[in-house]
Design a binder for this molecule. Structure first.
Ligand code: PLP
Length: 444
């Protein structure tokens, strides 16, 4: 009998006992090929020798010092690293998880307006289907019905507009540019409806991850959104907790979209799961407004800028650069998409394969021609997971892909260290899982 509270209460999870590169190993010695880094976390795989050695070294040096009184070389250098690729001058702070980073992003955005005498700007506009965290503040700005669920009565107000989801929402008679224009106009109209003096920021996942399965924006979308935000003094806040830190082949996913956000949040891949750590990077302009104003960041948490976590994250980020892992993300990502497309070409239940780098989604349908969404729901998610485990494969399936209710997908986010043959093996095993589960479940 366990005294641990599990996510699926009453169902015992696998007991993980070890890891080796792209493999996880359970207590009985069974090996599972990891296609998703858990939830897009383990970007260096398991037990990476350089990270393990660094952890041993840093553990002897310093575990913790309170950020209210101390800074450390690790925090300083990690901030330099994150700011160097941000796309402009900025400042970083480190938290423990993605929800905390988004929560801080919202608070800093509001404080920025407040310091400038615009305290009425307290409304955030976010997008339907995007997920930003599980705390009450971040859930309030998350547009996914499934995750808001029973907590709806506890959630503060937020505004939602459409996500950029070309496979579902771009009309046949519309170019990508016209689609992006339509979405930017929706945002602009919402700002005007609310009154720009009431709007603090626009929040979006650059590439939507867990809720819809690696949905990238159409070209030009974020440039248009950036222009709308600038026109009304609304801050652009990008959530790259999942998509950032190399997952798409760039340090930040938005670099491909040719914009710089006012605030970006990163998490999962920052220390690749070797420590729980997340971060926000804010523009110098925001930081300067706080400095000129009250001079105090109105937020404080025990583990801010955690020295050991920062040191480990720094080693992870250095390893990504030294081993040219972003090059591998791009090459293996292209391979993953091509091989999935080839292996699943004959499966009518596979509607779309999309993504960037090693962040790839497979969306299921009941009819490829009409794109009618899968109705397999949570049962299909469970069946896919079970079948994958039986075949020694860890996958990250989801339901509610389209609108939080209908649709199913699987999200691929394998470690950046995956080799060509490991990716090929993932695709082979996954195609078998699809063939074993889907026709019966989805078409029923
Ligand atoms: N934002 C995005 C895009 C996420 O995918 C997640 C977690 O899945 C979060 C925020 C919240 O991060 P955490 O679970 O680390 O609090």
């Amino acid at each position: 009998m366990s005294n641990v509270i599990y996510k699926n209460i009453g169902r015992n999870p696998i007991r993980a006992a070890g890891g080796e590169g792209v493999w996880l190993i359970d207590e009985d010695g069974n090996r599972y090929l990891d296609t998703c880094g858990g939830v897009a976390v383990s970007s260096l795989g398991h037990c990476h020798p350089r990270i393990v050695a660094a952890m041993e070294r840093y553990a002897r040096q310093l575990a913790w010092a309170h950020a209210g009184s101390y800074t450390t070389a690790a925090a300083e250098e990690l901030a330099d690293t994150l700011v160097a690729s941000y796309g402009g001058a900025g400042k970083a702070q480190f938290l423990s998880g993605g929800s905390e980073a988004i929560e801080l992003a919202l608070k800093v955005a509001y404080q920025y307006h407040w310091e400038r005498g615009e305290g009425s700007r307290s409304t955030f506009i976010a997008r339907r289907q995007n997920y930003h965290g599980s705390t009450l503040g971040t859930l309030a700005v998350s547009g996914n019905a499934q995750r808001r669920s029973i907590f709806e009565p506890m959630l503060g107000p937020a505004e939602f507009v459409a996500p950029c989801y070309a496979y579902r929402d771009q009309r046949d008679d519309e170019s990508a540019e016209q689609y992006a224009d339509r979405l930017a106009t929706e945002l602009e109209e919402r700002i005007l409806l609310l009154g720009k003096e009431n709007v603090a920021g626009f929040l979006a996942e650059t590439v939507v991850g867990s809720t819809s399965g690696a949905v990238p924006p159409v070209p030009g979308y974020f440039r248009k959104v950036r222009q709308v935000c600038d026109r009304y003094g609304v801050l652009l806040i990008l959530d790259e907790v999942m998509a950032g830190m190399g997952r798409t082949g760039l340090p930040y996913a938005y670099l491909e979209d040719g914009i710089v956000p006012d605030i970006v949040a990163v998490g999962k891949g920052l220390a690749a799961g070797y420590q729980p750590i997340s971060a926000i990077v804010v523009s110098d302009e925001i930081h300067a407004a706080l400095e000129r104003g009250s001079g105090v960041l109105r937020n404080g948490q025990t583990h801010v800028n955690h020295p050991f976590a920062c040191a480990v994250a720094l080693e992870v980020q250095r390893t990504i650069v030294d081993d040219d892992l972003l090059g591998n993300v791009l090459a293996r990502g292209a391979q993953l998409r091509e091989e999935l497309a080839a292996a699943l070409a004959g499966e009518e239940v596979v509607g779309d394969i999309r993504g960037r780098g090693l962040f790839v989604g497979v969306e299921f349908v009941t009819d490829r021609a009409t794109r009618a969404p899968s109705t397999g729901g949570d049962q299909l998610t469970a069946a896919l997971k079970r079948e994958a485990l039986r075949r020694g494969l860890l996958i990250y399936p989801g339901s509610g892909t389209v609108d939080g209710v209908v649709g199913n997908h699987v999200l691929f986010a394998p470690p950046f260290i995956a080799t060509e043959s490991e990716i090929a093996e993932m695709v082979d095993r996954f195609a078998d899982v699809v063939r074993a589960c889907l026709p019966a479940s989805v078409r029923a």
